[in-house]
Design a protein around this ligand. Structure first.
Ligand code: P6P
Length: 342
């Protein structure tokens, strides 16, 4: 049977009463912006969009203190311009901008807040490895027409929608509106995202873990023990051999896990302790956690459910354990035993 388009899927969800017209418009606008980003990313060296933003004399650095790629800046601009005028948003926030961006008074305003990492994993862009866009949707608090940063600081359980687009061999959009997690593949001839997997289910068990092993000496003791037991394989406490993958693009690693299972970990380490971790809560960990939970997986900071974290800052960082439910729980047991002094 011919797959249905994203538009038809969203109209079905709206007629079923699961989303309203504004949220449908928001998702369509973001998906269209991601198609534009996909085209820019796909040009590679032919598009004069690779390399660092800014000039050799003054590199462009974002709020995270990270060098910005030209495509970081371009992707951010594409998402800003696509979402400002539609009347579905009250404000938006981005990894690339220090503060949230209210919708200009010249445009109509809506009830949603959009947060995004416009191009996650952009350090991989110049070596042609998959990157992605991550987005999260919250409701603007009642009565607020000029939302400030503080109005975005809602726990992950408050999300009404989350998704990512991965720019890989194919461009895929993975989306949840709280009723399962669904995957769409971009049909470049039609220019439409087509529903290729309805209701993704992450296997609860896995033999595959994703972590940056070069940080091992900086990890806390329970992390050292957990990974050592994975590496000990079938002769060790876990009684089975494990495989490892690390793309250094969260979108690519999480997409693999949503597709075939696994656990992705970016733990707290001594290098990152003062920052609270590497990955950002509001537009990386929370949307990915919503998607993974809706696909039957689990997501944690290592000491608590990710979606329950009460944010304290727009660019707050957190440790991330996400993926196959039983493996995430196994990793959490090492932390719980350590905290209990065992
Ligand atoms: P490291 C990309 O910069 C990112 O935010 C995630 O997409 C990715 O999982 C992680 O950082 C990679 O971190 O320390 O391995 O470069």
């Amino acid at each position: 049977m011919k797959p249905i388009s994203l538009t038809r899927f969203l109209i079905q969800e709206q007629h079923a009463g699961h989303i309203n017209a504004d949220l449908r418009l928001l998702i369509e606008v973001v998906a269209r912006a991601c198609k534009t980003i996909s085209n820019a990313v796909g040009k590679g060296a032919l598009g004069s969009v690779l390399g660092e933003a800014g000039t050799p004399e003054s590199a462009s650095v974002n709020i995270q203190g990270e060098a910005q790629k030209k495509l970081d800046v371009l992707s951010n601009e594409i998402l800003l311009e696509a979402n400002e005028w539609g009347g579905h948003l009250a404000g938006l926030a981005s990894e690339e901008m220090e503060h949230s961006h209210p919708i200009p008074n010249a445009y109509p305003k809506g009830n949603y807040l959009l947060l995004f990492d416009p191009l996650d994993g952009s350090s991989n862009i110049d070596v042609n490895i998959s990157v992605g866009t991550i987005f999260s949707v919250l409701r603007c608090p009642d009565g607020i027409t000029e939302p400030g940063d503080e109005h975005f600081l809602q726990p992950g359980t408050a999300q009404v929608c989350a998704g990512y687009t991965t720019y890989g061999p194919s461009t895929m959009l993975v989306l949840t509106v709280g009723r399962g997690t669904h995957a769409f593949t971009l049909d470049r001839e039609q220019g439409s995202f087509m529903l290729t997997t309805r209701d993704l289910q992450i296997p609860v068990e896995t033999k595959e873990f994703a972590i940056n092993m070069s940080n091992q000496r900086h990890w806390e003791a329970p992390m050292q023990r957990y990974i050592a037991d994975l590496l000990a394989g079938k002769d060790g406490p876990r009684g089975k051999d494990f495989n490892m993958r690390w793309v250094a693009s969260m979108v690519a690693d999480v997409h693999r896990i949503l597709t075939r299972g696994g656990i992705f970990i970016y733990p707290l380490d001594a290098k990152m302790r003062d920052k609270g971790g590497k990955l950002r809560l509001m537009y990386e960990a929370n949307p990915m956690s919503f998607l993974v939970e809706q696909a039957g997986g689990a997501a944690s900071t290592g000491r608590g459910r990710m979606l329950d974290v009460v944010p304290t800052g727009l660019h707050q960082r957190v440790p991330v354990f996400i993926g196959s439910k039983n493996e995430v729980n196994a990793a959490l047991r090492y932390h719980a035993e350590f905290d209990a002094g065992k």
